[in-house]
Structure formats: structure tokens, C-alpha cells
Write a protein that binds this ligand. Structure first.
Ligand SMILES: NC(=O)c1ccc[n+]([C@@H]2O[C@H](COP(=O)([O-])OP(=O)(O)OC[C@H]3O[C@@H](n4cnc5c(N)ncnc54)[C@H](OP(=O)(O)O)[C@@H]3O)[C@@H](O)[C@H]2O)c1
Length: 253
């Protein structure tokens, strides 16, 4: 019997990461599930024994390194990493808030960098496998009342593109995940209508298909929404600001 493949998912205690952990576990993958809330990771393991909790705060560089080392040793390596940790704080985005901007960058961008740092040498030497970064369509262009979040995601998207050049030479696939609106505790904080919002299970299906496909860089969904945002991305600034300003009327400043 072929050995089961191993995926490491950060941000696995809720929302998209949780649904993704269950999706891979149901498909007979061994899942190393990371987030800070160990009790939620243990609940996941009770639902599916293919899931193993590896509690972690991604802002801690040494903890990231130790966790990656433990997973590699105990689960016999890692085939795919999905770095999906993220935070958003819509209330703080309506006024300039330097502390929050730093915190969001620390978790979303540097937390992902700490995670990549923990497996970079392993994948480079192994010369196969896949590193996947969860960004967002919010990384395409600056959106109203979301400056810190958009900037953190734009940084991740850009970094993923650069990493792709580097890792291709080492036969390691890099993929970028750009979800539209997905109903999770994160988006439950939003007080405006979210077009084409989908379930975490929908997101997990799309991500599973994309990650287990033979190739491809960006996994984006739902397509009706993401292609519209890709269209906005190529508009000249004047037209972009005019169109998006109309949508701003729905935001309670
Ligand atoms: N929902 C959407 O519409 C949407 C759209 C585009 C992109 N995304 C991205 O998708 C990812 C998942 O978001 P979600 O919507 O599923 O949100 P969520 O339900 O709030 O999940 C966020 C996850 O990140 C973990 N996390 C936060 N800070 C952490 C830290 N310092 N160390 C380790 N883990 C930490 C949380 O676990 P603990 O609190 O237990 O640590 C949780 O598991 C995020 O990167 C988000 O930006 C979401």
C-alpha cells in the first residue's frame, strides 16, 4: 500500500483552514494542523484521526522551526505546506491605527515568512513538494477601509510570485491561493454586503482541486467574482477609483 501523503496547514482551527484540513483528511492525507487554539485542533482530530494537532503561534520564529522539524520527524516528511494564517480587523481599518497595521503585518505577512523560513531548506534539499500561500483578492489592489489587510495580502502575493521563480529551479511548486468572500469568523466581522460569498467547504473543494492538480500557480475562486476583480486590477487608476467609490456607499464609516 502506498504511504499516505502529508500536508501541513496553518490557520487550521477555523474557517477555510479547518474545512481544508477535513477535506484532505477525508481524502486519506495525513494532516498536520496548526493554529494557537489547541482545543479546536484536538476537536478536529476527534472528527478525523488523520489530523494531528501541532499548536503554533506563527509570530514566533523558533516555534515555527521546531514545529516544522517535529512534523517532518514524526510524520515522515511534508509533501504540501499551506500557510493560511491570517487576521483582519475591519473596525480598526476605518481610522489610521499604527499598532493594528503592525499587528496585521506581523501575523499575515511575517507569520507566513516565519512559516516559509521553517521549511525553505527542507524543500530546497528535497527538490520536490509544494509551498502554498493563502493571500486574497484583497491583494490585487487597495480597497476602501481595508488598507492594512490589503497591504499585507499584496505583499504575500508579490512574495509568492518571486518565490515561484526561486523554487522552480529546485523543482518545488509554489502556489498562491486568492479567495473571494468566504463565510468564516473573519468575514462575520464585516458590516457590508459581501457579493458571491461562499462556504468554507466550497473554498476547501476549490483549494483541494488546485493543490492536487499537476500544475498551476494561482488558485482563485469563486471565478465570477475573482475575474471581475482581475478586470478591476487592469483598469487605469481614475476609472478604478471612480468605480470602487460607488461601492463605498455601502460601507458605514
Ligand atoms: N474568509 C474570507 O473571505 C477570506 C478571503 C480571502 C482570504 N482569506 C484568507 O484565508 C485565511 C483564513 O481565513 P478565514 O477566513 O478562514 O479566517 P479565520 O476563520 O479567522 O481563521 C484564521 C486562522 O488563523 C489562525 N491564526 C490567527 N493568528 C494566528 C497566529 N498568530 N498563529 C497561528 N495561527 C493564527 C486562527 O487560529 P487561532 O486563533 O487558533 O490561532 C485561525 O485558524 C486568512 O489568511 C485570510 O486572510 C479569507
Amino acid at each position: 500500500m502506498a504511504e499516505k501523503k502529508v500536508i501541513w496547514i496553518t490557520g487550521a482551527s477555523s474557517g477555510i483552514g479547518k474545512a481544508l484540513a477535513l477535506k484532505f483528511a477525508e481524502n486519506d492525507w495525513i494532516v498536520a494542523a496548526s493554529a494557537r487554539r489547541e482545543n479546536l485542533l484536538k476537536e478536529l482530530q476527534n472528527i478525523n484521526h488523520n489530523i494531528y494537532p501541532y499548536p503554533l503561534d506563527v509570530t514566533d520564529i523558533e516555534e515555527c522551526k521546531l514545529t516544522a522539524k517535529n512534523i517532518i520527524n514524526k510524520l515522515n516528511g511534508i509533501d504540501i505546506c499551506v500557510f493560511g494564517t491570517g487576521m483582519h480587523d475591519p473596525k480598526s481599518e476605518k481610522r489610521f491605527n499604527l499598532d493594528k497595521i503592525k499587528e496585521i503585518m506581523e501575523v499575515n505577512y511575517f507569520g507566513t515568512m516565519n512559516s516559509i523560513n521553517s521549511i525553505y531548506d527542507y524543500f530546497s534539499e528535497k527538490k520536490n513538494g509544494q509551498i502554498s500561500i493563502v493571500s486574497s483578492v484583497a491583494g490585487y489592489r487597495g480597497l476602501p477601509a481595508a488598507g492594512a489587510y490589503c497591504a499585507s495580502k499584496a505583499a504575500l502575493t508579490s512574495y509568492a510570485e518571486s518565490l515561484n521563480f526561486d523554487m522552480k529551479m529546485k523543482n518545488v511548486r509554489v502556489s498562491l491561493i486568492s479567495p473571494g468572500f468566504i463565510k468564516t469568523p473573519m468575514t462575520d466581522q464585516n458590516d457590508f454586503p459581501m457579493p458571491m460569498i461562499k462556504s468554507p467547504e466550497f473554498a476547501a473543494n476549490e483549494i483541494y482541486k488546485g493543490l492536487t492538480a499537476k500544475k498551476g500557480f494561482e488558485i482563485h475562486f469563486p471565478k465570477g467574482f475573482t475575474y471581475f476583480l482581475k478586470f478591476l486590477q487592469i483598469l487605469p487608476n481614475g476609472l478604478y477609483f471612480k468605480l470602487v467609490s460607488k461601492g463605498m456607499k455601502k460601507i458605514n464609516y
